[in-house]
Design a protein around this ligand. Structure first.
Ligand SMILES: Nc1ncnc2c1ncn2[C@@H]1O[C@H](COP(=O)(O)OP(=O)(O)OP(=O)(O)O)[C@@H](O)[C@H]1O
Ligand SMILES: [Mg+2]
Length: 240
């Protein structure tokens, strides 16, 4: 291949998503350091995917995580994740996971807290769920944009691979907050597709910097073990 023979090919380090079938849709995983917006309609599985990204990251790949959540207390998070067999509390105790609940912070404090926490445990993964958090801090659109961009730059600088979730409306599939345009190196869409008389959970990688992506929509399933991408269009076929 031309690039390789010239010695110019750049090897992109990949961060495994922890979601069976997803890495195959994006050339082996998230490019390290990418900031990915995970957009989806309510109940589409965004939070489950984020928990899985963090839990598997720690348990399988030894990559610590910082989790920014809107939940009022950590107990609610532990309980939710436990249903999938993920003991996040254990990782907090072991110093592999730090949870930031945001009500205490204004934006600059939140940003500083993320940076401090990432450095404290040498985290490689950051999750901000839900991304609507940002809207709590600003009245003016322009302020929000500037600050979100500055947060994105900071995360890039400290080298974490980051997922920010984003709510979309099912009808229009348009972003309610426009996060994608401001910060995203990658966009993953997780949503309910209506096929005949039922909704099928689906996933698509819309963009991912430095990555050859599978553009087709694939069905996903949520079970007691978490979320997974199905190999073929099994569920789509079923409803034909
Ligand atoms: N054990 C399980 N087996 C199958 N499905 C499950 C299981 N546990 C939860 N679910 C499904 O997972 C979905 C919850 O997903 P999740 O909370 O991650 O969605 P979300 O996209 O974060 O939603 P929101 O926008 O409201 O935050 C629910 O629709 C629920 O039905
Ligand atoms: Mg959620």
């Amino acid at each position: 291949m031309a690039e390789k023979s010239k010695g110019t090919a750049v090897i992109i380090e990949r961060v495994k998503s922890g979601v069976p079938g997803l890495d195959e849709m994006m050339d082996g995983g998230f490019p390290k350091g990418n900031l990915v917006v995970l957009s989806g309609d309510p109940g589409s599985g965004k939070t489950v995917l984020c928990w899985q990204f963090m839990y598997e990251g720690i348990s399988k790949y030894n990559e610590n995580a910082v989790y920014v959540s809107l939940e009022e207390n950590e107990e609610t998070i532990y309980e939710g994740a436990r249903q999938f067999g993920w003991d996040l509390q254990k990782y907090v105790k072991e110093g592999k996971l730090l949870i930031i609940t945001v009500e205490l912070y204004d934006f600059e404090r939140l940003k500083a807290a993320i940076e401090d926490n990432v450095k404290t445990i040498n985290a490689k993964r950051v999750v901000i769920d839900p991304g609507v958090i940002f809207r709590l801090f600003f009245d003016r659109e322009l302020d929000a944009r500037k600050r979100i961009v500055s947060l994105g730059k900071m995360l890039k600088l400290i080298g974490t691979t980051t997922i920010i979730t984003n709510e979309i409306s099912l009808d229009k599939l348009t972003s309610l907050y426009g996060l994608e345009e401001y910060v995203a190196d990658g966009v993953i869409l997780l949503y309910h597709t209506k096929i005949k008389n039922r909704f099928v959970r689906s996933i698509a990688v819309l963009k991912m910097r430095n990555t050859e992506i599978t553009e087709s929509l694939k069905p996903v399933k949520i079970t007691n073990d978490g979320i997974k991408v199905l190999e073929k269009s099994e569920l789509f076929d079923e409803v034909d």
